[in-house]
Design a protein around this ligand. Structure first.
Ligand code: ZN
Length: 444
């Protein structure tokens, strides 16, 4: 018996620790390859002994290939007085991610086609990438550009992007916790965005601390039912690369979640797997239905994050995505406003609790059979009416006992019962354990 979720766990310190990791990783200029990703992996490794894998540029991965590695040291635009008017050192979002090197002089008018702004949010710097097309550019706020234009005297600016794009490798992190079964649960997060908190850093923090939590449970003597595989990979090309190089292992993945955007104050969202009604889908839906006043339920569509690859028809894995605000659906998305103030430890911790509850369903769902199905057994004489865990309300627990006895006919799993009874899975789990302890229930 394992409790991945413990309702008595104090999540506040975990929230603080996860937020600290977000703060540590925030300044690093990540991309789909390069030193920023390696530096990020090194920080995660201090908390979780992940394996760091390097896949050489040019490696064929299905219809794609691992790209050249990008490294950036500095970038700026200087005005004719030699003053840096755009400075990568102030924000790594100023550089179009994966820009080729450049060292040129141009007027502001000549420069404009290389500049990207967000006119509808004039204070924010947009985040843009050019992974698969070799070009260069800068991003800045609309107000910043307007101020440059207001003081422009027609003189030339010096543009420097001190980057390299050459053969190297794609870096990703992997961590496996072996359970009783070789069947696996996949937890996947992307690691390719630079200074963006909700969209990538919150997921990295949650995945890291979720792995530590399961590892601690295992270290205390309870092996999980499933093997857990955590992937810290660049978006799209990372999951394509992993799937291409690990096709045999992918067959073991029975359930999975893509962890994204789990740190903002937005309502919870669950995007189903392509299968739509897999156990992971039913587990996530039930946890959110019983724990939250409302949430967004999103049917699978072939866009978004790495679920696109896990759910491609050749794999069709039962991998959903559990987030708060979703891909492209919050104003701060892919802009400098997705910063340290947009996420909080409290919100990441709430998300972690939901993840633990979903995994707890996977670990504990089972078909049990009532050993006394002809009329109700007498619960009082077995001490069941007084014997309640402190975390469950007594009348609720009694109803949970009755529902569990009624539906353990061999046709319903504990999750089915929780759903029908409209009770949290945790309550049904505790009821089932109490009934097993006095032999009223047995494994099917
Ligand atoms: Zn993104």
């Amino acid at each position: 018996m394992i409790n991945i979720y413990d309702p008595e766990l104090d999540f506040a310190p975990l929230g603080e620790q996860m937020y600290q990791l977000v703060e540590t990783l925030y300044p690093i200029c990540r991309s789909i390859t390069g030193p920023g990703v390696r530096e990020t992996m090194a920080h995660i490794q201090k908390l979780l002994p992940i394996t760091i894998n390097e896949v050489p540029s040019g490696t064929a991965v299905f219809d794609w290939e691992v790209p050249k590695e990008w490294a950036i040291r500095d970038a700026y635009i200087k005005n004719s007085a030699g003053v840096r008017v755009i400075d990568f050192k102030k924000s790594n979002l100023h550089v179009l991610n994966y820009s080729t090197p450049v060292n040129q002089r141009m007027t502001l008018e000549q420069l404009r086609p290389h500049l990207t702004t967000l006119p509808e949010q004039p204070d924010w710097i947009p985040y843009r990438t050019t992974y698969y097309q070799e070009k260069w550019g800068f991003c800045l706020s609309q107000n910043h550009l307007d101020a440059l234009a207001a003081t422009d005297n027609g003189g030339e600016y010096e543009m420097v992007i001190d980057s390299t794009l050459q053969n190297g490798s794609l870096t990703y992190g992997e961590y496996v916790i072996k359970g009783e079964s070789t069947d696996e649960v996949l937890i996947s997060c992307h690691t390719c965005h630079p200074s963006l908190c909700n969209d990538n850093l919150s997921g990295i923090a949650l995945a890291t601390y979720l792995a530590r939590h399961i590892e601690q449970i295992k270290a205390s003597g309870t092996k999980p039912r499933y093997t857990y595989r955590f992937l810290f990979i660049p978006g799209t090309i990372g999951s394509i690369t992993w799937l291409a190089l690990n096709e045999a292992k992918a067959k073991n993945i029975k359930h999975g979640l893509v962890v994204v955007c789990v740190g903002d104050a937005g309502k919870f969202s669950y995007k189903t797997s392509r299968q739509g009604d897999a156990l992971i889908d039913r587990a996530a839906k039930h946890v959110l239905t019983s724990e939250k006043e409302s949430f967004n339920l999103i049917d699978f569509f072939p866009y978004g994050y790495d679920e696109r690859q896990y759910c491609s028809p050749g794999f069709n894995l039962a991998v959903g995505s559990l987030s708060r605000s979703t891909h492209g659906k919050f104003a701060q998305y892919h802009s400098s406003a997705d910063d340290l103030s947009f996420v909080s430890g409290k919100h990441i911790a709430e998300s972690l609790a939901v993840y633990m509850q979903v995994l707890d369903v996977l670990e504990n769902d089972a078909v049990l059979v009532n050993q006394n199905p002809k009329c109700e057994p007498r619960l009082g004489k077995r001490g069941l009416y007084g014997n309640v865990g402190a975390t469950v309300h007594r009348p609720t627990f009694e109803m949970a006992l009755l529902w569990t006895l009624n539906l353990t006919d061999g046709q319903h799993s504990l999750l089915d019962i929780a759903k029908r009874a409209k009770l949290p899975f945790e309550t049904i789990k505790q009821a089932a354990r109490a009934l097993q302890a006095c032999d009223l229930l047995k494994k099917a």
